[in-house]
Ligand binder design. Structure first.
Ligand SMILES: Nc1nc2c(c(=O)[nH]1)N[C@H]1C(S)=C(S)[C@@H](COP(=O)(O)OP(=O)(O)OC[C@H]3O[C@@H](n4cnc5c(=O)[nH]c(N)nc54)[C@H](O)[C@@H]3O)O[C@H]1N2
Ligand SMILES: Nc1nc2c(c(=O)[nH]1)N[C@H]1C(S)=C(S)[C@@H](COP(=O)(O)OP(=O)(O)OC[C@H]3O[C@@H](n4cnc5c(=O)[nH]c(N)nc54)[C@H](O)[C@@H]3O)O[C@H]1N2
Ligand SMILES: [Mo]
Length: 694
């Protein structure tokens, strides 16, 4: 319900204790500190338990009826006056952790009828989805590393020992990586920081931020030059191998070594070992997505798997067969995704799947002109702390005519709202991991009933989203059309639970909620299986190995080869006892040494007179923060690291624990102008900064 690892939990409601469920066939008893903190959020005194309306600087409780009326009327008014696009929508990360929200948001978006849509996708996995759209014809068709059967795991820009794994749903990832090593396999980690995961690796390759695409092209160069390329069973339905070869020819290892920081021999050895392994998988995550070449890197990762015969092969990179199959449903409704069909108003950035990059949200609010965003709906998000140049967005939000937020808290973002609508959370609602079984390393399914009653003043995410949409339409806003009105009302009547049940019944494993309820520990549906070309979303059921979109971006990459490193660059990190921006109000997660600390290489620190334990200022083009410093050799020279999700000192948020452990926001330093020019995704990695001793 808040983590991609979807671990089975044993819960004692009386004592508020949460333990790992040893009988869960998927997670086998694994648990992490975040799960134990679910009750901290659920029982949090700061949690919002009734709709709140802002009156001046104060918030007062109002009834649901009044709140929905007012929200609908104000949003409709803005849309009637200024057009539908004058209302923006931002969906945060937890909207994919609640199956009810996941089912309601597409309907909500359709009903609002606005093109000013944003989400956490464009500060996260958008480039990986773009690669899937271009190569497999479906934005949701993401291949997953077969960690349990692979013999060579090449991991770039991911730290699952802290994150529990992402786009790789796997309860107990550290055990799974241990097992890989025990069976004689290799774990190679490529990261500018020797992370918790890198420390467990059999090989660690420190890399300069933002240069993974160069490394991957050089690996491909070696494989083509040494005739180690073989598409295997993909051959009859894969196009573009010669084009990929041509591209790779431009990037011999010697040409990229200095820029990446990885020696040519090291690159050759890595390429050979990867190709020679009985099975291998290359996988990248936040570090390969949220950087200036996120699109290229995501494409090349898939390409490397494909040309070594590891795509759609056991032990390699495979597609899932989830019991409730959103991918198949999207295909049936012909919504496989699209890219660049329209552009943002101010900067001309491309839409992806109907959403614009979050990096452009602030300027769409604070730039005058036709189509300016004047009202905003946020759902389960905190973009002030989580999107680039959050401080600018913070200022922009205060200029809105109207804002409504659906959230558990009055946080750094929702404090700007005129209305906050609170929803149920945790064990108060039923649970099924609709999104994450589609990303799991084994096929599995588990459904959990609610264990406790929600507070009287909150409602379900599904209900709130649909009720708000209906209220907007009643007041003459949103998209018109009788069909849409009927769909909204019918869905509201049916409820999320029944929609889920139907999806399970018509899904590939013919399950149902009844069957799942009979198996409360969850059902194992077996390992991932090859399923190409059948699963492809492309009309001709062929894979595009070298889409033009990516080939056209290679010139930009090539130009980066001549960049000379100069000064320090900033990257982010995650910690096990922290969850994006919203769990710092849990005592048990923030106790102990401070989490928001700048990591610095001792030589970089010495050159600036910065000492361990002292404070330093970090300054970028957009802002400046002051943070404590820790020194560590585990960093690429010239790179400093700060975790994201902190910065809780802002006036007006109601997070009393977090406020006592505020930290500084990494996104007061990241730059909304720093994006992957191809995809529009935020480029958090490699922000030039100046560090000074305080
Ligand atoms: N405890 C905890 N768990 C979480 C979260 C959390 O906040 N806390 N957040 C959840 C969410 S929303 C997500 S998306 C996942 C993310 O899951 P992961 O991607 O596994 O987690 P990160 O720690 O962000 O790992 C990114 C790594 O990329 C490295 N990196 C930075 N720049 C580059 C680069 O240019 N190249 C390479 N090769 N590496 C680079 C960083 O040093 C870092 O180690 O975690 C999820 N799980
Ligand atoms: N610099 C930098 N920035 C980053 C990242 C990074 O690595 N570096 N990581 C990025 C990534 S991967 C992500 S996913 C984003 C996350 O960015 P966001 O999604 O914008 O923010 P979160 O911190 O996840 O905040 C989630 C909010 O949802 C609320 N919430 C939780 N559960 C529910 C629920 O069930 N219903 C409702 N209605 N509300 C709920 C919480 O109270 C909280 O206010 O941050 C991104 N920002
Ligand atoms: Mo994320």
């Amino acid at each position: 319900m808040l983590c991609e690892a979807v671990c089975g939990l044993t819960v004692d409601v009386e004592t508020r204790s949460v333990r790992g469920d040893p009988d869960d066939p998927f997670s086998r008893g694994h648990i992490c500190p975040k799960a134990a903190a679910i009750f901290d959020v659920q029982d949090d005194a700061d949690r919002i338990r009734e709709p709140q309306r802002r009156e001046g600087d104060a918030f007062r409780a109002i009834s649901w009826k009044a709140a929905l009326e007012q929200a609908g009327a104000r949003i409709a008014e803005v849309q009637r006056k200024y057009g539908r696009n004058a209302v923006g929508v931002y969906l945060g990360n937890p909207s994919v952790h609640s199956y009810a929200a996941l089912l309601a948001t597409p309907l909500f978006n359709r009903a609002m009828g606005t093109r000013s849509r944003f989400s956490a996708t464009s500060v996260d996995q958008l480039p990986a989805m773009l690669a899937s759209l271009e190569m497999f014809g479906h934005q949701l068709l993401l291949p997953i590393p077969d960690v349990d059967r692979t013999s060579f795991f090449l991991m770039l820009g991911a730290n699952p020992l802290a994150s529990n794994g992402s786009l790789m749903t796997a309860g107990g990832i550290s055990r799974r990586l241990d097992e890989l090593k025990k069976r004689g396999g290799e774990l190679v980690v490529v990261d500018p920081r020797r992370t918790e995961t890198a420390q467990e690796a059999t090989r660690y390759l420190p890399i300069r931020p933002g240069t993974d695409a160069l490394l991957l092209l050089a690996m491909l160069h070696v494989l083509f030059a040494e005739q180690r390329v073989g598409l295997g069973h993909l051959k009859p339905f894969t196009d573009g191998l010669p084009l990929l070869q041509e591209a790779a020819q431009r990037f011999p290892p010697e040409r990229v070594a200095a820029r990446t920081g990885i020696g040519a021999n090291e690159i050759r050895k890595l390429a050979r070992d990867f190709a020679a392994a009985p099975s291998a998988v290359a996988y990248g995550r936040v570090g390969t997505c949220t950087q200036a070449f996120g699109g290229l890197t995501s494409w090349l990762i898939v390409a490397l798997n494909a040309v070594t015969g590891n795509l759609d092969r056991e032990g390699g990179f495979l597609f899932t067969t989830p019991a409730a199959d959103l991918i198949d449903l999207a295909s049936r409704t012909r919504d496989r995704g699209h890219f660049g069909v329209w552009k943002s108003r101010v900067r001309g950035l491309p839409e992806f799947g109907g959403e614009l990059p979050a990096a452009t949200l602030a300027e769409e609010i604070d730039t005058e002109g036709d189509g300016r965003i004047r009202a905003l709906v946020t759902f389960a998000g905190n973009p002030v702390l989580s999107t680039p140049n959050g401080a600018r967005l913070d200022r922009a939000l205060s200029k809105l005519d109207f804002m409504v937020s659906i959230d558990l808290y009055r946080n750094e973002t929702t404090r700007h709202a005129n209305l906050i609508l609170p929803t149920s959370f945790g064990f108060e609602r039923d649970h099924y991991d609709l999104a994450f079984y589609a990303l799991a390393v084994r096929n599995a399914a588990r459904y959990a009933r609610p264990l406790v009653r929600p507070p009287r003043g909150v409602r379900g995410d599904f209900e709130v989203l649909l009720d708000l949409a209906m209220s907007v339409r009643r007041h003459g806003g949103g998209k018109r059309g009788r069909g849409l009105g009927l769909t909204l009302r019918a869905s509201r009547l049916l409820g999320a639970r029944r929609v889920l049940d139907l999806m399970l019944r018509f899904g590939p494993h013919r399950l149902s909620l009844r069957k799942l309820l009979k198996n409360p520990h969850g059902i194992d549906l077996g390992p991932l299986r090859p399923q190409l070309p059948g699963r492809l979303g492309t009309r001709d059921k062929r894979i595009a190995l070298a889409p033009k979109l990516f080939l056209d971006d290679l010139g930009r990459l090539e130009a980066s080869l001549s960049e000379k490193p100069n000064g320090l660059v900033l990257i982010g990190r995650r910690a096990l006892r922290s969850n994006n921006s919203w769990m710092h109000n849990s005592h048990r997660l923030v106790k102990g040494p401070p989490g928001c600390v700048l990591y610095m290489h001792p030589e970089d620190a010495a050159a600036r007179g910065v000492v361990a334990g002292g404070n330093a200022t970090v300054e970028s083009r957009v802002g400046k923060v002051e943070v404590p410093v820790a020194l560590t050799d585990d960093l690429f020279r010239g790179v400093v690291s700060l975790p994201h999700g902190w910065g809780h000192a802002r006036e007006g948020a109601a997070l009393s624990v977090a406020r006592a452990h505020p930290g500084a926001s990494l996104n007061d330093l990241t730059d909304e102008q720093a994006i992957d020019a191809l995809s529009g995704n935020a480029a958090f990695s490699g922000i030039p900064v100046t560090v000074r001793k305080v």
